[in-house]
Design a protein around this ligand. Sequence first.
Ligand code: PEP
Ligand code: MG
Length: 600
Amino acid sequence: MSFQVFGLPVSRGVAIGRAVLVASSRIDVAHYFIDAGRVDAEVSRLRAARDAVAGELSLLKRDLPVEAPAELSALLDVHLMLLHDDSLTGATKQWIVDRHYNAEWALSAQLEVLARQFDEMEDDYLRERKADLEQVVERLLRALARGPEAVLVPVATAGARDFAGEDPLVLVANDIAPADMLQFKGSVFTGFVTDVGGRTSHTAIVARSMDIPAVVGAREASRIIRQDDWLIIDGDNGIVIVDPSPIVLEEYRFRQRQSGLERERLSRLRHTPAVTLDGERVELLANIELPADAKAALEAGAVGVGLFRSEFLFMNREGNLPDEEEQFEAYRAAVEAMQGLPVTIRTVDIGADKPLERMSVHELRHEHALNPALGLRAIRWSLSEPAMFRQQLRAILRASAYGKVRLLIPMIAHVSEVRLTLDALARAKQQLDEAGRPYVDVEVGAMIEVPAAALMLPVFLRYFDFVSIGTNDLIQYTLAIDRADESVAHLYDPWHPAVLSLIGGTIAQARQLGKSVSVCGEMAGDPAFTEILLGMGLRSFSMHPAQIASIKQRVLRADTRKCGQQLEAVLRPDDGFVVAPGRQMPPDSQTGLPAATSML
Ligand code: PEP
Ligand code: MG
């Protein structure tokens, strides 16, 4: 029977495919596709794990002390029975053979299927056997982890080749950590649905950068959707249609074709310079996560990289962080790929919903930090790891010998942080001088993403060459709304006058002081804000490569003189724009906006 699930639309377009449920936070395992030639070996791995667990359980049973209650022995029998039941190991084998899942993934997929069957049982005793099943699966997973490592092909490199002729697949999960999402880049999945997450959670951001339809915050999706269900993911409206009727399917296939044509039409703007109707030049830059993304940036017609989120180089490493050499190679690869265009490399922004280790937002929030968004994140983390920070700075500086590099510092809020950062940079340069390594004196910029930084911008601008406004965090910290929490997503409001006035004030002040200013948060890639931002005086936007064409179209049709009027309407005092009592705010001559400090 067809039904719909609603969530937040985070990445545009329509995906149609069969659901692949990745394990909920119940059991966290790695998900890989194996090569066709490795299927037999993977099945043998599973068999070996099953035999090992059977041995363990038999041994436990044999060694039970005489005084142990009889139930214990009966319980071990139940575990042995579950272990040998065809619905567990037999069906798991089938996921490996049919879908080429690695054994751990196959096991967790089958656990999901069986757990639901147990949940639906009328009989209390039988329903409670689900816990036994989970224990057996956990034993199997441990046995797999102990066994000889199979050669696994990560999803990212598996590609569609092994699945030619099969149905397209869409991924459904309770939550996907940004690090996992990164592994899905270039994978077989054509869409994503998660139960949790907000519009600007990093999982959503990575989905957008992959330009794959996605819906997050769909609450119960991973519980009510079943493995292999046919799904339509409507990433424009935040709707997931489960088991659609043929007529609905046809309607969405039509929409899919239409949006394909629209993209093709927009891609013709690739070489057109972004100039408004009244002749204002606008710089459209790309946000990237990995050096390989530079290719997409160039293909989309970006005139540089406005934000390289370097923290993605530090993820999925099981604690082995990239050393200076490895980082240098990655930065150099991005710089060389951009063929002389500027590349703005942000120092690591680890923390909040981007933990170093693979961890869901849910786990993070509940088990690891009381309030990770307000914790040891970004520059705070870097300054707490001075050797690591200098290592990254040296690697970035060294890459500057191969092209135009700019350095960007995230989440600055205190002048003391600025001083410590500049000291670390001076020290890194001194170390490179001593080692005789070439570098260029790169421009240094600050991300304006904490209200404190926006409100005392002139002080910060004494130290920095440019600023980049991180609207995702600026909204989060101005409105006190966790950007990754779907339960408050309705309050995460980029149109809030307080947010717009901080952004407008930052742009106006930076321009007044002759410093370049750009926006690299998700607002820059949202066509709904293009005119407002132009009206504020913004001339530099940084976004996912896939968004560049539609923003360019908006710019080409805009007249910045009219954009100013539009802005005034949005910031009308009776709409909540705060005017300090007794103070007349002279509008900024260029933008009609008050300066940020006059709002204090
Ligand atoms: C932002 O906060 O707007 C930003 C660009 O940084 P990130 O999304 O990586 O936090
Ligand atoms: Mg940020």
